[in-house]
Each structure stands twice: as structure tokens, then as C-alpha cells.
Design a protein around this ligand. Sequence first.
Ligand SMILES: NC(=O)c1ccc[n+]([C@@H]2O[C@H](COP(=O)([O-])OP(=O)(O)OC[C@H]3O[C@@H](n4cnc5c(N)ncnc54)[C@H](O)[C@@H]3O)[C@@H](O)[C@H]2O)c1
Length: 264
Amino acid sequence: MPAEIHNTMRPRALVTGAAGGLGREVAIQLARRGCAVAIADINGEGLVETALQIRDIGAETETITGDFTREGAPEEAVEKVLARWGGIDILVNNAGYGVIEPFLDATFKAWTRTLALNVTALAMACKAAGRVMREQRSGRIVNITSPGSRMALPDYTAYTASKAGVDSITRAAAVALAPYGVLVNSLAPGMMDTEMQRSTEADLARANGRNDLQAFLDERTRRIPLGRRAEISEVAEAVVWLCLDSPDYMTAERLNMSGGLDKD
Ligand SMILES: NC(=O)c1ccc[n+]([C@@H]2O[C@H](COP(=O)([O-])OP(=O)(O)OC[C@H]3O[C@@H](n4cnc5c(N)ncnc54)[C@H](O)[C@@H]3O)[C@@H](O)[C@H]2O)c1
């Protein structure tokens, strides 16, 4: 176990967007590894299910329900973790939003909502957890980005621009927190069949005038060099590795888990 986490018998983690998909799986895997895990999401019902699964493992959990784009919400979530466990060792910024919208039909609403969650709330969460980690002289932050952050996707530009923002925040936060031994990295998942991915690809097919959804999905899968979509569990394993196991000298890194779709 790396030095940052050594001094904590039971690392204390906050995972955002943990009501389902990748966030739920990360929260469960962290709990299996002995972490106390706070889970945040706008979807209260999904959080209840995640909390049940964490308690089944025998781990402690704290549920934080609400819209992370509300001013102050990310800071309050970190405060709740502090109030419950006295510190925070791991932050996984996983909550994400995106909507298919052709570039020339861009709306203020879609751009504002996307950037508010993927960029502003993520930055505020990094700041709030980073301040505590600075005092602790330890901690790890993992931001979930996307291969899209480096692609030209004219039907999904607000999302890809927001994920380029995630990459930028990761680099800045890593440098800001490096003097205190706090590590900040990001991970770019490939195509995972989560709720978000399913509805996004259905909308993308419609925007492209395709009504043969399965054929459209198969074509997209064939573009992945490894020839298959990512399992949520294998992507979560890589997130957990960054949270608990990656070397102490690794910060400001963007880890690819996209089957070769994104290339460094
Ligand atoms: N699924 C993929 O193929 C894929 C690919 C690349 C990146 N990602 C990224 O992975 C992360 C997880 O996505 P997922 O695929 O598990 O999707 P998901 O929809 O299952 O998870 C996103 C979670 O964020 C929550 N959320 C949305 N708006 C919120 C808000 N305002 N406040 C609080 N919570 C909010 C949702 O309720 C949901 O539980 C996202 O950051 C996404 O951009 C996913």
C-alpha cells in the first residue's frame, strides 16, 4: 500500500455519481478493499441500492443525495465526510452528464448543465477535498474523463469540451497539491454499457438518421481495437488501483482504459 494511505487503517473515500454504473462499482470495490465509502448522487433511489450493497460487504457508508451542480453542494459533501470520519483519503469524481446535440443546434441549456456538473462541480470537489488533503499531507483524487476529451465529436461537443476541462483541472490540481504529497490523476474509460452510454448512443443513432440501433452499436464496437466494449468492473478495478495501489510518484497522469480507442 502506498505511503499516502499507510497511516489510515481504513481509508475514507467519497465517490460521486455512485447511484449506478461505474460509480456504484467503484464504491463497492473500494468497500471490498476495506474503505469507508461515502456515496453522492442526484438519484436517491440508486444510492439506497448502492448503500445496501456496501453494507452487505460489512463496510461503512454515508449517503449524500442531491444535485452536485448546486452552488456549495460539492463542498458540503466533503464536509459530511469530515463530520462522519474526520478526514478524507480518496475522492473519485465520477458523476457525469452529457447530451447529444448537433453542434449547429447547440443550446445554452445543454452547455450550461454539462459544464456545471462535469467541470465546475468537479473543480469545487477537488478544491474542497484538496484543502483537507493538504492539511493531512496525504490523499488521492481520481477524476473520470473520457476518450472524447481529445476527439472531434460534433454531436457531443459540450460533453467532450467538458471532459477536456476535466483533463485541464487534473493537471492543475496535481501541481497545486504535489507539494503536500497529494496525488491527482484521471482515468478515461472506454465504452461501457451503462445507463448513460445506452441512452447517449440511442440518441446518437437518431441524430444520424439510423433506425437500426443494434447494427449501429456493432459498428461502433468494431472500431475499438480490442474488439469489445469495456466491462464496468474492469474499469472500476483500474480506478481503485489509482486510489489505493498506484505508485506514489504517479500524479497528473491520464490513464487509458479504452481498449485502444484512445492512444497515448
Ligand atoms: N459509459 C461510458 O461508456 C463512459 C465512457 C467514458 C466516460 N464515461 C464517464 O464515466 C462516468 C460515469 O458514467 P456512467 O457511464 O457510469 O453513467 P451513469 O449515468 O450510470 O452515471 C453517472 C451518474 O452521475 C449522476 N449524476 C448526473 N447528474 C448529476 C448531478 N447533477 N448531481 C449528482 N449526480 C449526478 C447520475 O445520477 C448517475 O448516477 C461519467 O463521468 C462519464 O462521463 C462513461
